[in-house]
Design a protein around this ligand. Structure first.
Ligand code: PLP
Length: 387
């Protein structure tokens, strides 16, 4: 059976566990090095240009990083390969750098993760790239009208950060291809398990492995998986910018990856139970959860995704002060950024300066990450805080 004939769960378990990397062990070990010692000069010279599976120098990885790249690539049928980055934000930045140059225009989704937006307005601008924001629910036809003579790339994030709009990724990617645009997707929330992006026309599928892949709130890591068309440029950028990740961090992400499906399924189940309960509470105006019809773009979710996760937002009635008091009264939800770990979190949503087009939801908003606790306990906690 070829890897692509195996089901995604089998690929999760077996991806990257090559015999030559793990020996007789179940797991590929942490291999730390800077220098690689060669037997002779011919071997040294033969190690370049570097390739996964062939030791050359620490920055180009060891079996630990190659195994994680392999396992992530296995989740994206049709992909050419994966590169790792020290954080999800670095993965977004390097993916953009790999395809854009001076004079290019980037079409950027308005609901992008805030630091992705800041990168466009800061570093990309400094490098001579302009950014135009578009509404996340734009149709492929509207994309055709939007594209300009210098448009070079289309960046998507679905569901969107904080407001959770689900985009028509396959439709937009197909239109982008016809228009000659490279398509990038921040796929951190669904992960390649619930949304294999390359098979749906995306060129660069970006994952903040800090979140669900790591899954335990103890590692910072990012990954970009590339289509055959985008692979060479990604590799060039990685080599020339010199990014590298620690094998210890890659190992933690690999360890998390093996249980991604069971964790995500439980996050999904818990979040749906909590989300449906919240939707019935009089002080909750709206639940922005991709799997519930009240979420903008829900029809795309229902068509394209293999599952939802633990992340969503609620729009409350009342003041922002009451919203803040609600968050502070929660006892089982940590107050903190990020998501994707086993634990529940709550954070206030402030969209000031983060939207350029369209109307974000009105009302004090809270982002919730529903962890792996008993949902009845989380509901009881939310009930006392709402009261
Ligand atoms: C959608 C999204 N993309 C990227 C990132 C960046 O990941 P990291 O925190 O690993 O830099 C985050 C972090 O919250 C995120 O929410």
């Amino acid at each position: 059976m070829s890897d692509e004939e195996l089901g995604p769960l089998t690929r999760l378990v077996h991806g990257g566990r090559r015999r030559e990397w793990r020996g007789k062990l179940v797991n590929v070990p942490v291999e730390r090095t800077s220098t690689v010692l060669f037997d002779n000069l011919a071997e040294l010279r033969g190690a370049y240009p570097p390739r996964d599976g062939s030791y050359s120098y620490g920055r180009n990885g060891t079996a630990t990083q190659w195994a994680l790249c392999d396992a992530l690539t296995a989740l994206e049928p049709g992909a050419a390969g994966t590169r790792l980055f020290p954080s999800g934000a670095a993965a977004v930045a390097m993916a953009l750098i790999s395809v854009l140059g001076p004079g290019d225009e980037l079409l950027m989704v308005d609901s992008a993760y805030a630091p992705s937006r800041f990168f466009c307005e800061g570093e990309l601008k400094r490098l001579g790239v302009t950014t135009r924001y578009y509404h996340p629910l734009i149709t492929p036809e509207q994309l055709r009208d939007l594209v300009g003579p210098h448009s070079r790339a289309l960046f998507l994030e679905s569901p969107g950060s904080l407001t959770f709009e689900v985009q028509d990724v396959p439709g937009l990617a197909a239109a982008a291809k016809e228009l000659g645009l490279v398509t990038l997707l921040d796929n951190s929330c669904a992960t390649s398990l619930f949304f294999p992006a390359i098979a749906r026309g995306v060129d660069l599928s970006i994952t903040a492995c800090t979140k669900y892949i790591g899954g335990h709130s103890d590692v910072m890591l990012g990954a970009v998986t590339a289509s055959p068309a985008a692979w060479e440029a990604l590799n060039r950028a990685v080599r020339q910018w010199g990014t590298a990740v620690s094998p210890d961090d890659a190992w933690l992400a690999l360890r998390g990856l093996r249980t991604l499906d069971v964790r995500l399924r439980r996050h999904e189940q818990n979040a749906l139970e909590v989300g449906r309960w919240l939707a019935e509470q009089p002080r909750v105006q709206r639940v922005l959860h991709p799997a519930l019809p009240s979420c903008p773009g829900h029809e795309h979710f229902a068509r394209d995704f293999a599952g939802s996760t633990g992340l969503f937002a609620i729009v409350l009635d009342g003041t922002t002060a009451a919203r803040d008091a609600f968050i502070e009264r929660l006892t089982l939800f940590g107050i903190g950024w990020s998501w994707g770990g086993y634990e529940s979190l709550a954070s206030p949503v402030d969209l000031t300066g983060l939207r350029s087009v369209g109307q974000p939801p009105e009302g004090p908003t809270v982002r919730l990450h529903i962890g792996l606790e008993d949902p009845a306990d989380l509901i009881a906690d939310l009930a006392q805080a709402l009261a």
